[in-house]
Ligand binder design. Structure first.
Ligand SMILES: Nc1ncnc2c1ncn2[C@@H]1O[C@H](COP(=O)(O)OP(=O)(O)O)[C@@H](O)[C@H]1O
Ligand code: SF4
Ligand SMILES: [Mg+2]
Length: 315
């Protein structure tokens, strides 16, 4: 399967002004590497404030002006410049936003889905396609004439998803698509991602909901203090978690209600709190001498990836 997205060694930071005119760099995401193939769902799982939306915004070239971006973002093997991102967003790569607040409140649903197309003929073609896709998502013709505030929760999700699919994207990035939804709508939303996968679309599912991630993803990338500390296969989240690699991922798994709710002591250091060493050092039961001084790299072990010295050759 062809790769649709490669994120290579991406870091995102902000300049913070402290007392006087002193500056310091606040690194929110450090050295992030992940990839998604056609027909694959990769979930990025991270707590609130961990930089998930910034990752999505970096892919679409819509980071705030004061953000510094380093590293490479590739679509189908080609490194994207800011201009490239502007060219392909909304077409080959689309964002499914978190809520209908991203829609124009004063524009009818079908008008926003079709967008500003050039000719009348193009508009006609797009309208036919829009109706087809909306119909597929159980949105009748009456929805075309509605304004965003008239949509129910479930309908709103279906509008956001079907609008995104109108451009035949190769990559869909969904930023927190499930919070605040009732169980039935969550299930329905996750089904939409399954259908995208069946259609060969690569999906980046950004979420803090481990249950949603476990239900639909093929692989799960775990964020910790701005680092990806493991990329695991979904089937590794089973049994006692013995196939999971990083001690944090194992702890996260054991904290699930079905696995005894074992709470992890301590807290996740915020951006800028880690001076040196492994970001998980303070909470790690496997730590040893080197972990306090040096920062582990993300290493590949077959298809899996982990950022922990225990898995380095000879460790
Ligand atoms: N414009 C900005 N200026 C400075 N810091 C920012 C800005 N936007 C985001 N941040 C920092 O980045 C962190 C991560 O933001 P975000 O990607 O929205 O987190 P998430 O989506 O995981 O909840 C925030 O907690 C904040 O510290
Ligand atoms: S590098 Fe050391 S401190 Fe970090 S997770 Fe591995 S064993 Fe624990
Ligand atoms: Mg967010």
């Amino acid at each position: 399967m062809e790769k649709v997205l490669d994120v290579e060694n991406v870091s995102i930071s902000f300049i913070q002004y402290t007392k006087g005119l002193n500056q310091r760099e606040l690194k929110v995401i450090t050295d992030l590497t992940l990839d998604i193939s056609e027909g694959e769902i990769l979930a990025v799982l991270g707590s609130s404030g961990s930089g998930k939306s910034l990752l999505a915004h970096a892919i679409f070239g819509i980071l705030p002006d004061n953000a510094n971006l380093n590293g490479k973002i590739k679509f189908k093997g080609k490194t994207l410049s800011q201009e490239d991102k502007e060219e392909i967003r909304g077409k080959d790569i689309v964002l499914v936003p978190q809520s209908v607040n991203y829609l124009d409140p004063l524009m009818k649903i079908s008008d926003q889905a079709i967008g500003l197309t050039q000719s009348d003929e193009e508009k006609k073609q797009k309208k036919i396609k829009q109706r087809e896709i909306f119909e597929h998502y159980n949105l009748g013709p009456e929805v075309d004439e509605m304004y965003p505030f008239q949509l129910s929760g479930g309908m709103a999700r279906r509008v956001l998803v079907s609008t995104a699919l109108l451009s035949d994207p190769k990559l869909v990035v969904a930023d927190e698509p499930t919070p605040g939804l009732d169980e039935k709508t969550v299930e329905e939303t996750l089904n939409h991602f399954r259908h995208m996968k069946e259609d060969g679309i690569g999906v980046l599912l950004i979420t803090h909901d481990i249950h949603a991630a476990l239900e639909v993803a093929d692989r799960i990338g775990i964020f910790y203090s701005g680092y990806v500390i493991e990329i695991a296969k979904v089937e590794d989240f089973s049994g006692d978690g013995e196939n999971l690699l990083h001690p944090y991922t194992k702890a996260l798994y054991k904290a699930l209600p079905a696995n005894g709710f074992e709470i992890i002591k301590g807290h996740q250091p915020l951006h800028g709190e880690i001076q040196q060493g492994c970001p998980y050092y303070d909470r790690c039961e496997m730590r040893f001498g080197r972990c306090k001084e040096e920062r582990p790299e993300l290493i590949s072990l077959g298809e899996k990836r982990v950022r922990c010295f225990k898995y380095e050759e000879g460790a």
